[in-house]
Design a protein around this ligand. Structure first.
Ligand SMILES: [Zn+2]
Length: 248
């Protein structure tokens, strides 16, 4: 179970018919889930290794997101802007557009996961060792936010989507009035919440169980549903610009 699947399914529910058709035409009818997961599958493949650092941005608590110095090879902010740009420009090679779509969909999702706008010191939570419930293998904080908290619900993707995808048209409108920097800033704003486990630390391993899950589930779920709604909003704007209600 993975956040990407839930977000993609929510987005799918909010695509217009014209957008759905245009994406199917571009990708030869590929499953949107496969399109969304592709950048994680190829990030260590020769020829795509430079893409590994596009999945996140490191930023300190007091740094300003719009003024940071981006890594020479790029980060999630430069990448999402670039691929969004490639999708909106007319013409261009089809293969380039397909890659742009894959990366754009994936990074729109990653950008909503708080630890993809993380701290360099612990590599977005990857270096924070976690004792997860009674698991025998040590996990890490990044995994907790990618997978762990979602898995505690013991729901299928469809069940989870049904539970979350109940957003009012006003909220949809409100959430769509945002840019990529807003998405990143909101993710960073959850940092205190994400790292709120000091009383539970033992032997340099963070102990995470039900208390942490209860405190954070609603935050994580809101990020999932926001990501899905916004992704659909952007894709509709690109592929079905005449669609009413999505004027920014
Ligand atoms: Zn990713």
């Amino acid at each position: 179970m993975d956040g990407h699947k839930i977000i993609t399914q929510i987005a799918k529910n909010h695509l217009t018919d014209i957008t759905t058709k245009a994406i199917a035409e571009l990708t030869g009818g590929a499953d949107l889930i496969d399109i969304a997961l592709w950048p994680d599958r190829i990030r260590y493949v020769p020829g795509y290794k430079e893409s590994a650092q596009w999945h996140y941005v490191n930023i300190a608590d007091d740094e300003s997101l719009d003024k940071i110095e981006h890594l020479p090879g790029g980060d999630i902010l430069t990448a999402i802007r670039r691929f969004h740009g490639q999708l909106t420009e007319s013409g261009g090679a089809k293969i380039k557009k397909i890659d742009a779509l894959r990366f754009f969909i994936h990074f729109a999702q990653d950008l909503h996961q708080p630890l993809h706008v993380g701290l360099q010191a612990d590599r977005g939570g990857n270096d924070v060792a976690v004792q997860w419930f009674n698991a025998t293998k040590t996990k890490n904080l990044h995994w907790v936010w990618d997978t762990g908290i979602i898995a505690t619900k013991k729901l299928t993707t469809d069940q989870y989507v049904q539970l979350l995808d109940q957003v009012s048209p006003q909220k949809i409108q409100e959430w769509n009035h945002s840019d990529f920097l807003d998405w990143a800033e909101e993710s960073r704003a959850l940092r205190q919440q994400v790292y709120n486990f000091s009383p539970e630390i033992q032997y340099r391993t963070v102990v995470i169980g039900q208390l942490y899950v209860d405190r954070n589930s609603a935050h994580l779920e809101k990020r999932l549903v926001m990501a899905g709604i916004r992704l659909a909003g952007r894709l509709n704007k690109i592929f079905d610009p005449g669609h009413l209600g999505l004027q920014f």
